[in-house]
Design a protein around this ligand. Structure first.
Ligand code: GLN
Length: 320
């Protein structure tokens, strides 16, 4: 049953944090994202029984952007097995921007540092199951349907906008191709990557995905295991160490919840159950989705991050 006190707390924290939107700005390098209203702030939390707490600007759809990277990683692992995918990408933070080419120039790694930077994500998109790009994309949507019971679709305007301006991602894909790390042609790899970034999602659906990740791939509502516990373990490690890019350390210290951000302003967070504390809200775990399109220089939502800091502190949700 819904706890009215939680809704009240969330209402007041949304108001406390809304002003932090002025600390950021909408992503300018993808013209369709630049047009988003930067003042929006909304949160959806799904508890272990499927109860939804929705506060703020919650009737929104936004594109997954980099949130898709953790989902395509899970989908690729689910199909190929963890070892196969970890043969293509490492599990190390870079300390560089998400779309940096510095790791290639300086370190010349034989595989991208992790699947949550663009180079690693493009590499993983290229190995999504399917004979061609439409099939790979369709298989990713079919995988996500297992979490939320419905087919997502692509925001064509964002896709076209990103495709036209994907100069940096194209450069990264050429670096990957040059060192034989790409299993597709450059243009094909970019197409599947940009398609996955342009998938449109609601806060409610994203919160459900967070809940399943929090529960180690198990859906506590349908009681189905959607993907393996082993994959969930590595996915959560990636979310903690690389999910918020160069702010991952700060986020771990002040929020302490496995999370993944995207430049459209979405954050997916997975709060694992905490069995030792009877008192705290959401001690049985939950999925959290936040949306607020003004982002900082690392690509993370400013107000969304501050809101998560506040609720993690108040409800003692940190895993550390
Ligand atoms: N589609 C965006 C890009 O490739 C995703 C980046 C992000 O959300 N951090 O640049």
């Amino acid at each position: 049953m819904k706890n009215p006190k939680i809704l009240e707390q969330l209402e007041s924290w949304i108001e406390d944090n809304r002003s932090h939107t002025i600390l950021g700005a909408t992503a300018k390098y993808i013209p369709a994202l630049a047009n988003q209203d930067p003042n929006q702030l909304g949160i959806c939390i799904m508890d272990h029984e499927g109860e939804l707490y929705e506060v703020g600007d919650v009737n929104v759809e936004f594109t997954l952007q980099s949130v898709s990277k953790i989902l395509s990683f899970i989908a690729a692992c689910d199909h190929h097995g963890l070892d196969y995918v970890l043969d293509k990408v490492n599990v190390e933070p870079t300390g560089e921007a998400f779309n940096s080419i510095i790791p290639f120039e300086i370190h010349r790694p034989n595989k991208p540092f992790n699947p949550l930077i663009n180079a690693g994500a493009i590499t993983v998109s290229a190995i999504l199951p399917g004979e061609n790009i439409p099939a790979k994309y369709d298989n990713l949507l079919a995988f996500l349907e297992k979490f939320i019971g419905k087919r997502l679709y692509m925001d064509v305007e964002v896709y076209e906008s990103e495709w036209k301006t994907a100069h940096r991602n194209r450069a990264l894909a050429y670096y990957l191709a040059e060192s034989n790390q790409l299993e597709l042609e450059v243009e094909e790899a970019l197409e599947i990557y940009i398609r996955q970034c342009s998938i449109s999602i609601s806060l409610q659906d994203l919160a459900k995905i967070g809940l399943v990740i929090a529960y180690d791939g198990f859906d506590p509502i349908s009681k189905k295991q959607i993907f393996s516990k082993e994959i969930a373990r590595v996915a959560k490690v990636l979310m903690v160490t690389c999910g918020m890019y160069n702010s991952s350390g700060d986020f771990a210290a002040h929020v302490g919840i496995p999370a993944k951000s995207g430049v459209s302003g979405g954050i997916l967070a997975a709060v694992p159950p905490k069995w030792h504390s009877d008192e705290q809200a959401f001690r049985k775990g939950c999925g959290i989705a936040v949306f607020s399109p003004a982002i900082d220089s690392n690509g993370n939502s400013t107000a969304g991050t501050m809101l998560l800091k506040q609720l993690s502190r108040e409800w003692d949700l940190s895993i550390f």
